[in-house]
Design a protein around this ligand. Structure first.
Ligand SMILES: NC(=O)c1ccc[n+]([C@@H]2O[C@H](COP(=O)([O-])OP(=O)(O)OC[C@H]3O[C@@H](n4cnc5c(N)ncnc54)[C@H](O)[C@@H]3O)[C@@H](O)[C@H]2O)c1
Length: 268
């Protein structure tokens, strides 16, 4: 299967290397990035050299499966291409899907293309998937980060929160996923993923804690439903190349690709 990668940054590089070295059955044929130098640098690190596409339309022409590891802005365009050109896609910038849920519905009904959402920086999506086969009553996400990881978010600026003055774990925000998306647009992939896999953007509750003692991002969620109750927690190590991206997010992309081509499928 011919694979293209949109976005040659932290995740794109790790996924490209895995396709090049570890995954039989996939061939990386094309990459693109708005910063061409990133694509050129990525290719240098690979044994089999893919082409550089000028844009995602060109990249789609040369591939069967497109990995998005760029930004939320490209997600809508990519989903349209998936529907129109009958391509399969894997989305990392899950937050970008929330504005395009109509296209996800179209893909759900279509038999011509598929969309993959790796669990990214959250864990427990397998359990939530099983739980949603029956009624889920609640999903509450609690994300704890070092204060500076929240710097620049609209909510912090609008409320005049002085992150430097936080000297103990402090609840900064509580609301639903829809409100969290507007308040912290750069921290939304996890809540978006949970809401898509669980009870939707309005019913998924989000709490954000700034904790000055933390060196890792900690995500916990609690879900209750007919299945019982689950408490899931992960402490994420930042990627060496980009502290904003948890290493496990890139690993989940690799695992999703391996599951796709493997005849042994683990997890729900
Ligand atoms: N699902 C999750 O849990 C999860 C976890 C971490 C990161 N992410 C998301 O995955 C995406 C990639 O993360 P990363 O750490 O690799 O980021 P990064 O900044 O290291 O790399 C992104 C690359 O994409 C390129 N790019 C940006 N916009 C583009 C566009 N419109 N077209 C083509 N290229 C474009 C950039 O130039 C850069 O090289 C981000 O949107 C990030 O929010 C998701």
């Amino acid at each position: 299967m011919k694979v293209g990668i949109v976005g040659c940054g932290t995740i794109g590089k790790i996924v490209a290397k895995a396709i090049d070295e570890e995954i039989d059955g996939l061939e990386l044929t094309s990459v693109c990035d708005i910063d061409r130098k990133k694509a050129v640098d990525l290719i240098k690190s690979l044994r089999k050299k893919p082409d550089i596409a000028e844009n995602i339309v060109q990249l789609a022409e040369d591939t069967d499966f497109i990995v998005e590891s760029a930004s939320a802005d490209v997600v809508g365009k990519l989903l349209k291409i998936a529907v129109e050109k009958k391509k399969n896609v894997m989305i990392m910038s899950v937050g970008g899907v929330l504005d395009n849920l109509d296209l996800v519905e179209k893909i759900k009904k279509s038999k011509d293309c598929e969309i993959f959402f790796p669990s990214g920086a959250i864990v427990g999506i397998d359990g939530l998937n099983a739980a949603r086969e029956r009624k889920i009553q609640s999903v509450i996400l609690t994300t704890s980060k070092p204060p500076q990881a929240l710097a620049g978010a609209p909510y912090i600026t609008q409320h005049g929160i002085n992150l430097d003055s936080i000297n103990k774990p402090t609840v900064i925000f509580e609301g639903n996923c829809l409100e969290a998306v507007k308040a912290f647009p750069k921290n939304i992939n996890i809540s978006a993923m949970l809401s898509i896999a669980g009870v939707g953007v309005e019913k998924t509750k989000v709490r954000i804690i700034a904790d000055p003692k933390l060196t890792r991002n900690i995500h916990k969620f609690n879900a209750k439903g007919e299945f019982g109750e689950m408490e899931v927690k992960v402490e994420n190590v930042p990627s060496p190349a980009n502290p904003k991206t948890s290493y496990i997010a890139a690993l989940s992309a690799i695992a999703t690709l391996k599951k796709m081509v493997s005849s042994v499928k683990l997890g729900t």
